[in-house]
Design a protein around this ligand. Structure first.
Ligand code: PMP
Length: 405
């Protein structure tokens, strides 16, 4: 008996990637993996969460913490986030904040909110794999977002119309992007905003890694640049997606959207229909832990990860053969390698696992059209400095092996 014939057409676009299946096999102790994208669990503020949870479950608090709550989110948490957003240069209040179950849920809801089948989403080439997955369920076309402003709005519009829809939004992660680690300059951000103005579409700003800056001056969020132009968040087309996953805990699944009220009002309806609300206890705990020492915790995280990034960059310098280049991220969790043309990241992964027990994510997974085969993503937040050193040494051997023959 198979129910496959009854599945909706959109499901045919949601296929498990071969790479993901392969990466599931990595939990073997002798494999050094740069394939993950997760925080170092040693840095979780576990004691603070233990205290916060205990308080949230004590007499007098438990009736609230274990109860249903509003779809918009726990008010003290929304207020803390509004304050955090004001610190980033965006004058907003709690009515501009929707709590989501991780920023991944925000991407799903924004896909649902904007995309009819055949509409176009502009995304980076490469971009965050999870965004492609979330948007794909709504049967869009993807076109290549270019922060340098080399393609005109008319060109994008014509392409989208030829596909039977229109451009609904540009999606990007401007700080320490997943997978490239690249940060957009202020000018590039202004270019994206201008393109969105010309196309009259939304901008989805994915700020998952924004707090994790290890060097250099912060660049204002796209929403802050737009706010500076317009002076009123209600007039802004940028929708900012934040997350506590990379800073406090990914397992608690708490993220947020900051946007004009007209967008938030719709997201509340989607949230009601989707999962009613993000778990109350998790929101209460995050609100308390965030309110007590968030900045100190971020500073400690940045010291911890910047050391790992430095180790990875230094090891790459020593061990990569000629013809391989890589990004030098100012924050986040990833370095992106570009290999000589003709090399294939997926083939290399098979070879690397077999011969040297080292793993990474082949780059093609991050391209909407499956191109970019001569690239790979390396994560430096999970492996410790010794593993980074040893793993990059092994990767260097694999690449030298493959370049020579
Ligand atoms: N955006 C980006 C760029 C990410 O890398 C991730 C997680 N890997 C997410 C969003 C989703 O994170 P979460 O749902 O845990 O907030």
């Amino acid at each position: 008996m198979s129910l496959d014939q009854f599945f909706a057409t959109r499901i045919s676009r949601m296929i498990a990637s071969e790479i993901r299946e392969l990466l599931k096999l990595l939990d073997q102790p002798d494999v050094i993996s740069f394939a993950g994208g997760i925080p170092d669990p040693a840095m979780f503020p576990a004691a603070a969460f233990r205290d916060a949870m205990t308080r949230a479950l004590s007499d007098g608090q438990q009736a609230q913490s274990l109860q249903y709550s509003t779809s918009e989110g726990y008010p003290p948490l929304r207020r803390w986030i509004a304050d955090h957003m004001r610190g980033l240069g965006i004058d907003c209040d709690e009515d501009n904040i929707q709590i989501t179950s991780g920023s991944q849920q925000a991407l799903d809801y924004l896909g649902k909110l904007f995309l009819s089948p055949c509409d176009t989403a502009l995304v980076g080439w490469p971009t965050y794999l999870g965004a492609l997955g979330a948007f794909n369920a709504y049967e869009p076309e993807f076109d290549r977002l270019d922060p340098n402003g080399n393609r005109s709005a008319n060109d994008f519009r014509a392409q989208a119309e030829a596909k039977g829809g229109r451009v609904k939004f540009a999606y990007l992660s401007p700080d320490f992007a997943n997978p490239t680690g690249v940060t957009l300059t202020r000018t590039e951000r202004e270019n994206i905003l201008q393109l969105a103005e010309d196309l009259d579409c939304a901008v989805i700003e994915d700020a998952a890694y924004q707090s994790l800056r290890y060097e250099g001056e912060p660049v204002p969020p796209i929403l802050a640049l737009e706010y500076a132009r317009k002076g009123d968040i209600e007039a802004c087309r940028t929708i900012y997606c934040g997350s506590f996953s990379k800073t406090l805990s990914p397992g608690l699944r708490v993220g947020w959207v900051c946007a004009a009220r007209s967008v938030i009002d719709r997201l509340v309806l989607l949230k009601q229909a989707g999962d009613l609300h993000t778990p109350t206890l998790n929101q209460v705990a995050i609100a308390e832990v965030a309110a007590n020492g968030f900045d100190d915790h971020i500073a400690a995280l940045c010291r911890h990860y910047s050391h790992r990034r430095d180790r990875m960059l230094a090891a790459l310098e020593r061990h990569m053969p000629p013809g391989v280049s890589w990004t030098r991220p100012e924050g986040g969790m990833f370095v992106w390698l570009t290999l000589p043309k003709g090399m294939d990241g997926a083939d290399l992964l098979q070879h690397a696992l077999k011969t040297e027990r080292v793993a990474f994510v082949p780059g093609a997974a991050f391209y909407a059209d499956g191109s970019g085969r001569n690239s790979m993503r390396l994560n430096f937040s999970s492996p410790d400095p010794m593993q980074i050193e040893e793993g990059i040494t092994r990767l260097g051997r694999v690449l030298r092996d493959c370049s020579t023959g």
